[in-house]
Write a new protein. Structure first.
Length: 472
């Protein structure tokens, strides 16, 4: 959570993909890993023909389950997108057991592709007559043999893979209030680590071991130690190496950075979802999975904001579109989300004190939930790495930047947390909710963290009961 929360102007944030049926011989359902290029190649048509037939506003943004009308019978297969001097894989026969095609993305290796599709590097090499398994390039179309090789099994003695169900946790500095967390039916703890180049992953070994020894799963949110980093101020290679070493220690989930759509966390003027995916998320995902496939990789949750000047901040709505277009779906197990500026019940869509009647989604739980889930076409579930409501009750002041929370009572704080968790759980579209926070005590003019805590200044925990009820 950042030190303030404001919206500078309301802007149009929803981009609707309108699919119009065209005269066609075939309807195709988009599958995991598809691009318009690979679909056009498969059906002997062109990307532009599919775009026109379906009124697609962004050719780089299609989603799993989307229905496309495929024009057929009049267009030859498209030319390769690579220059003619770049070697292309020769035609191959379909491998036994069936196959699919995959377009190589930045950060891919044959090993990561083989793991994703439950096959082997040697099978892909044979199917595509690849001379050098270490040399593949973005845009290259590979035939992926399927149906003959089971997915790789985790190494003996490793932590079981993440459950497909819904789970609840809380952010804390440690497990000093373990009994209260268990009372609320939390079985995850989130710890945020501010990484700086040169740090040792061993610094986190104790926290991981402590969580597991006490029966908790642990999410490590790993972001940068430097606020307002300068241009080119993020050591991407150092960060990826660090999360690789952390993954080897056996945490249950890693969140890749935090609120990278604002200059507090990412260099001003260089905020870019493409850069985030290509330079951080994709290589981190691949290297984490190569070390420990059981670690759940969560994309860095964005700052929920409508402020967007292209230099100091991107609205999370526009940034999400950019992440999807850059292929982020292929490099995360869960979509990171923050919702920490609510001052209305989770089912409300109007009435926030700071909204001025504009109905801006980021003030409200439901519209925020829908935006994040729909931005990736339902291909990934949501992980709320911060879900919190601020109540100043029990404190002597409320910082001016947080005046929108002035009327939120402790009772509402507890009620709304329980309702939000219940809605997330029943939706089937969320994997994990981390409550912000369990027991923080800092309360300053810049950041009233203790006002979010489920353990209130008098030591009571009204939200423990409402959260427990939501999880039953």
């Amino acid at each position: 959570m950042k030190k303030s929360r404001s919206i500078a102007g309301l802007i149009a944030l929803c981009a609707l993909l309108v699919v119009v049926t065209a005269v066609s011989a075939l309807t195709y359902t988009v599958q995991y890993g598809d691009t318009l290029f690979s679909i056009a190649r498969r059906f002997g048509t062109t990307v532009s023909a599919i775009v026109v037939a379906n009124n697609i506003p962004n050719p780089n943004l299609i989603y799993v389950g989307q229905q496309l009308e495929i024009p057929s019978g009049s267009n030859p297969p498209p030319l390769p997108t690579q220059p003619s001097t770049t070697p292309q894989p020769p035609p191959t026969a379909q491998p036994p057991g069936g196959s699919t095609t995959y377009v190589v993305r930045s950060g891919d290796t044959l090993s990561s592709i083989a793991r994703r599709f439950g096959t082997t590097v040697s099978a892909i090499v044979a199917a595509n007559h690849i001379a050098n398994p270490n040399l593949i390039y973005p845009g290259q179309v590979l035939i992926i043999p399927t149906g003959s090789n089971p997915p790789p099994q985790p190494p003996p003695g490793s932590t079981p893979p993440p459950s497909p169900g819904f789970e609840l946790g809380g952010q804390s500095l440690n497990l000093g209030n373990k009994a209260r967390m268990q009372e609320a039916r939390m079985n995850w703890i989130k710890i945020q680590h501010k990484w700086a180049p040169g740090q040792s992953a061993g610094d986190l070994a104790g926290a991981i071991q402590d969580a597991h020894n006490n029966g908790f799963k642990i999410l490590l949110s790993i972001t940068g130690a430097q606020t307002y980093p300068p241009a080119n101020g993020i050591d991407f290679n150092g960060y990826v190496t660090f999360v690789r070493d952390v993954a080897a220690l056996g945490p249950d989930a890693i969140e890749i950075w935090n609120e990278q759509n604002i200059d507090f966390e990412w260099p001003a003027g260089q905020i870019s979802p493409t850069s985030y995916v290509n330079n951080m998320l994709a290589p981190a995902y691949n290297i984490i999975k190569s070390v420990n496939p059981n670690v759940m990789v969560i994309s860095g949750a964005l700052a929920p904001t409508g402020f967007d000047n292209g230099t100091n901040a991107w609205s999370d709505a526009r940034y999400l579109q950019g992440m999807a277009a850059a292929g982020a779906t292929n490099y995360m197990d869960c979509i990171g989300v923050h919702h920490n500026a609510g001052a209305t019940a989770p089912n409300a869509v109007t009435g926030h004190p700071a909204d001025d009647g504009g109905r801006h989604y980021s003030w409200y739980f439901g519209p925020t939930f829908d935006l994040y889930y729909n931005s990736f076409g339902g291909a990934r579930r949501l992980c709320f790495t911060e879900l919190g409501y601020l109540s100043p009750e029990g404190f002597t002041f409320l910082p001016p930047n947080f005046s929108w929370a002035s009327s939120t009572t402790t009772s509402q704080h507890a009620q709304w947390l329980g309702e939000a968790v219940g809605l997330a759980r029943s939706s089937g579209r969320a994997r994990l909710v981390i409550v912000f926070n369990v027991d923080f005590t800092a309360y300053t003019q810049q950041d009233p963290q203790a006002g979010y805590a489920v353990i209130r200044p008098n030591g009571s925990c009204p939200a423990c009961a409402t959260l427990s009820a939501a999880m039953q």
